[in-house]
Design a binder for this molecule. Structure first.
Ligand code: AKB
Length: 319
């Protein structure tokens, strides 16, 4: 069997940056083509500028690189999408339908599509939101992810395209910056704390949201993509959980190691989005079907984040 050649869209984004490295470690640097609408600052392997809404450009890369797997990470997230809903809808849907169509027409073996807890809205159970909860989101990002999941399911059943997907909660990592999301505060707070700065949080103190540490998110993605196809009973998108916490709880977890750290609360428009999302997720289908199990809880994540960011900012923190 020929080895896989992988194309990643949105490779410079928060998850793309780390996932591309993990794919290169697993499949070989030269087998993973990173693409993004902007040039990478310091490419660590093959890179091409690509607007995933440009189907002809995407297809040319797929053919030139004999691509066999696509990870489609390019998207406009929840908060940014609300600033320009039709633009966000067009970008999220056009790029995704391009990926699906081009994959079908070019014999792509596997496609990865990130969905999100943003598919849920106020009508879904707030705690331990189940896999098959009602999906009536309040954001255009959420609407695009619900539609995107359904297109994934459609292409799987109608054309046999092996599309796999996870509903990511907020992702926290030290390697890359988040952009345009409602859960971004949970990354920013660590940077402020390590730099010795107070943090003004755009969500209220007791807003609980589902979150996942980056190493767990990457491992989940690779494990899902490696799982035998016959074990996967969900072809829309799997619920995925790691931990759930509030801004006050993550601040308290940081204060165990940086007792002088201070947080203030100034909720803005993102509060409404957060209030419409689950506080915790039931990921039992992922656990049952492909053995998902997160490794990090809040305190383990805090120690790891502080260790790496202390190194980055040249600070010493007793952990
Ligand atoms: C966002 O906040 O929009 C994203 C997400 C939960 O999908 N991080």
């Amino acid at each position: 069997m020929n080895p896989d050649n992988i194309l990643v869209t949105g490779a410079n984004g928060q998850i793309g940056t780390v996932l591309t490295e993990a794919l290169r470690a697993a499949y070989g640097t030269d087998r993973v083509l990173a693409t993004d609408i902007r040039m990478a600052q310091a490419p660590t392997g093959p890179f091409a500028i690509l607007d995933a809404c440009d189907g002809a450009a995407l297809e040319a890369l797929v053919r030139r690189w004999r691509i066999t797997q696509i990870y489609h990470l390019a998207a406009i997230l929840s908060a940014r999408g609300e600033e320009n809903p039709l633009w966000a809808w067009n970008l999220n849907m056009t790029s995704w339908l391009n990926v699906l169509n081009i994959s079908r027409e070019n014999g792509i073996a596997k496609v990865y599509y990130p969905s999100s807890i943003a598919v849920f809205g106020p009508d879904a159970a707030k705690e331990k939101t189940p896999q098959n909860a009602v999906l009536i989101p309040t954001t255009v990002y959420g609407i695009s992810k619900v539609a995107g999941e359904n297109w994934a399911n459609y292409y799987y059943h109608k054309y046999g395209l092996d599309v796999r997907s996870l509903r990511y909660p907020g992702i926290i990592g030290y390697q890359s910056e988040p952009g345009g999301g409602t859960t971004d505060y949970a990354v920013h707070i660590y940077h402020h704390a390590v730099k010795g700065e107070p943090y003004e949080c755009f969500l209220s103190a007791h807003t609980a949201l589902p979150m996942l540490y980056m190493p767990d998110a990457i491992r989940a993605t690779l494990e899902l993509m490696e799982a035998p196809a016959q074990r996967l009973s969900v072809r829309t998108s799997y619920n995925l959980a790691g931990m759930s916490f509030t801004p006050a709880e993550v601040a308290a977890s940081i204060q165990k190691y940086l007792p002088d750290f201070q947080i203030y609360y100034q909720p803005d428009a993102r509060q409404q989005i957060a209030d419409s999302w689950p506080a915790s997720i039931d990921d039992s289908c992922a656990r049952r079907d492909w053995g998902w199990k997160p490794a990090y809880d809040l305190d383990a994540m805090t120690r790891d984040m502080l260790r790496h960011l202390a190194e980055h900012y040249g600070r010493s923190i007793a952990l």
